[in-house]
Ligand binder design. Structure first.
Ligand code: 6GU
Length: 245
């Protein structure tokens, strides 16, 4: 997978991505990040890339031409005949979720467009953007953090990025269930003990307990998810029993 990010803050993308698991995946050659500075494509002698909004109002608008040239520079470097998807990071977009991460993880190349100020001239968005994506109902100063969030969620789904081949498959949301609680040493910490069942060595009982914990958590914290979870007969019986108490 190759990520291209059109941004006014390329260091934010590079710094955000080179740490931890995503950084290791880059070193391993499993994915790459090409942060492109839109300012390098300014058509103005002062390197400006923004101007006042027509019609008035607060703030500045990113101009169409530098964004379009930055985009064209990326596309001209891609050999495949198929045009890559261009994801514009905006609170007006479709709210990102695990299903979208899974779908996007099948692409060879992805272009992220990060806006700043009051946004980007609509005309270039009409020309190049294929998907408008938001990461939730709150407002951020720019699209860089959303792009990093989405790239992280996609990266961990790619083959070889996580150590344990099973990890991605069993997380929260994969099955529309939240994760069970985890414990590590010591057995007792500040008077709080690890649940005895986890020390029993009885694998089947541990799995049963974890499944029940996932069901309890999801019911308490995200009951909306339960409606989409694929539940076994045992799961349903367990949930019904919770209602009785
Ligand atoms: Cl994708 N961009 C910005 N600027 N703010 C956001 C967002 C995106 N998603 C939620 N808030």
């Amino acid at each position: 997978m190759r990520f291209h990010v059109l941004t006014l803050f390329p260091d934010m993308i590079r710094n955000g991505f080179q740490t931890s698991i995503t950084g290791r995946a880059v070193e391993k050659g499993l994915l790459s990040v090409n942060a492109v500075n839109i300012r390098d494509f300014s058509v103005n002698k002062h390197n400006r890339v923004d101007d006042y909004p027509y019609g008035g109002g607060a703030g500045m608008v990113m101009q169409a031409e530098p964004v379009c040239r930055a985009y064209e520079s990326v596309v001209s470097g891609i050999s495949s005949e198929k045009k890559p998807r261009v994801l514009y990071m905006t609170p007006q977009g479709k709210v990102f979720n695990q299903r979208m991460a899974e779908e996007l993880s099948g692409e060879e190349e992805l272009i992220f467009l990060c806006g700043h100020y009051e946004g980007i001239d609509e005309r270039v968005l009409e020309e190049i953007v294929t998907d408008e994506v938001s990461i939730g109902d709150y407002v951020l100063t720019g699209g860089e953090l959303p792009a990093l969030v989405i790239m992280d969620a996609i990266s961990r789904l790619l083959d070889g990025v996580l150590h344990n081949g099973e990890s991605a498959e069993f997380d929260s949301f994969h099955d529309n269930l939240l994760e069970y609680p985890q414990y590590s040493r010591p057995e007792e910490w500040r008077g709080k003990k690890v649940p005895a069942i986890l020390l029993s060595g009885h694998h089947a009982n541990v799995e049963k307990w974890r499944r029940e914990q996932s069901l309890i958590r999801t019911k308490e914290r995200r009951p909306d998810l339960l409606e989409h979870a694929s539940l076994t007969k045992e799961d349903k019986k367990f949930l019904a029993k919770l209602e009785e108490v």
